[in-house]
Write a protein that binds this ligand. Structure first.
Ligand SMILES: [Zn+2]
Length: 100
């Protein structure tokens, strides 16, 4: 008996929730082909669950982009900085053992 869902009977052009889930970040980043992006757009117009997932992915990507633009690293606490500077000032190379 042949299943009605056998791979030969599944239309590959049908965008499923699973395929949208796999492509959602590529879609948000504009990395899909125009045809694939159009398929995802059509699916999102019909599927609330995937639209929620796409909006969440969009927000995450936007936050990551903002974070990547912020290149200011937090300064070391003054006590740590003083300690490291004192260690560097006191550092002396260890003399090598006298050659025999
Ligand atoms: Zn869906």
């Amino acid at each position: 008996m042949t299943s009605s869902l056998s791979p030969a009977r599944v239309d590959p052009s049908i965008t499923t929730c699973m395929s949208v889930g796999q492509d959602v970040f590529a879609f948000v980043d504009g990395e899909l082909t125009p045809a694939a992006a159009a398929d995802v757009t059509i699916h999102l117009a019909r599927c609330d669950a995937c639209r929620v997932r796409a909006v969440a992915a969009e927000r995450l990507v936007a936050r990551l982009r903002r974070a990547a633009r912020t290149d200011a690293l937090p300064a070391a606490p003054p006590a740590l900085r003083s300690h490291v500077e004192a260690m560097l000032a006191a550092w002396r190379p260890v003399p090598r053992a006298a050659a025999e």
